[in-house]
Design a protein around this ligand. Structure first.
Ligand SMILES: Cc1cc2nc3c(=O)[nH]c(=O)nc-3n(C[C@H](O)[C@H](O)[C@H](O)COP(=O)(O)OP(=O)(O)OC[C@H]3O[C@@H](n4cnc5c(N)ncnc54)[C@H](O)[C@@H]3O)c2cc1C
Ligand code: FES
Length: 273
């Protein structure tokens, strides 16, 4: 794990209250794998004191193909993200990572369906590149794992849909759903997925009710399903136990720390609240 103060080189708005921040951080960008996350903290302040976890959105390569920076996409929801939105290029952020584990291995299926709700699309751009074999991560050469990646992406309203063009440019087939029908199909993203019929492995990220609904679809279809949890975290490195999720074990159930044992878990092993 690397911990450093890193320069912001780009900061752009992608959608309503949604921004992409690019930080110059070659060590983390060279080591991180899809599914892992970083902690970001505003330096020189104790308010907020703690860093906040953010998924890897993408790595940025220089002309020789070496990772030099990483992109994070975030939704403004509270204190840290509210202040982050006013950070300008040239200013610095504290970054530490890579944290957590990469996505679970899906094997080499014909197709993978990524299912996102809210700001849950953020871990999927780098992952789609990895699955399609167009980018290697963590020092590995690119290796194609599937022929097709579909993104099912549900938002409350069209103005919140962020990064759709990035996914299409990466070769991902995008299907949108919105609560108010202002973009894509009106209704829940899990309903849209179900209406398309059985797919290969499912990978979800978003609000817990959506992930629970996805787990039920996966169980009905008897397809593997992993979900990446966005549990609030304090330390990010396994010390404080503020991020636990309940999982089934041969003896009943146990708590797992999302920051070190996840954030992706087999949906069939989670005990849903
Ligand atoms: C592994 C991981 C990856 C993540 N990746 C991203 C990402 O790529 N982009 C992104 O925008 N966010 C991501 N998040 C969520 C992000 O960490 C929170 O949005 C952020 O911590 C909010 O900080 P804040 O100081 O702005 O809000 P706070 O002031 O801490 O909280 C504001 C409000 O939001 C609620 N809240 C805070 N965090 C969460 C949460 N995780 N789930 C539900 N409610 C919450 C609080 O209860 C409070 O009501 C991720 C979380 C995890 C665990
Ligand atoms: S955030 Fe501290 S143990 Fe997970």
């Amino acid at each position: 794990m690397f911990h450093r103060t890193a320069r912001v080189t780009e900061h752009v708005q992608l959608a309503e209250r949604t921004f992409r921040v690019r930080v110059e951080c070659p060590e983390v960008a060279g080591a991180i794998r899809p599914g892992q996350f970083v902690m970001l903290r505003l330096p020189g302040t104790t308010d907020p004191l703690l860093g906040r976890p953010f998924a890897l959105y993408d790595t940025v390569l220089d002309a020789s193909g070496t990772p030099v920076a990483l992109d994070v996409v975030y939704l403004v929801v509270g204190k840290m993200t509210g202040r982050l939105a006013s950070v300008e290029p040239g200013q610095k952020l504290e970054v530490w990572g890579p944290l957590g584990k990469p996505f679970l291995d899906v094997g080499t299926p014909e197709r993978v369906a990524l299912v996102a709700g809210g700001i849950g699309q953020t871990p999927f751009l780098a992952y789609a590149r990895e699955l399609l074999g167009t980018r290697g991560f963590g020092g590995d050469a690119p290796r194609q794992r599937t022929g097709k990646v579909s993104l099912y992406y549900g938002v409350r309203t069209a103005a919140l849909a962020a990064g759709v063009d990035d996914f299409r440019a990466a070769g991902v087939e995008v299907h949108l759903a919105s609560d108010d029908g202002s973009t894509g199909t009106k209704g829940y993203v899990t309903q849209l997925l179900a209406s398309h019929g059985k797919t290969g492995p499912l990978v979800g990220c978003g609000p817990e009710p959506m992930l629970h609904a996805l787990a039920k679809v996966a169980a009905a279809w008897e397809v593997p399903c992993q979900v990446s949890l966005e549990t609030p975290m304090a330390c990010g490195v396994g010390i404080c136990f503020s991020c636990v999720a309940k999982v089934t074990t041969p003896d009943g159930w146990d708590y797992k720390r999302v920051c070190v044992d996840g954030p992706a878990f087999d949906a069939a092993q989670l005990v849903w609240g």
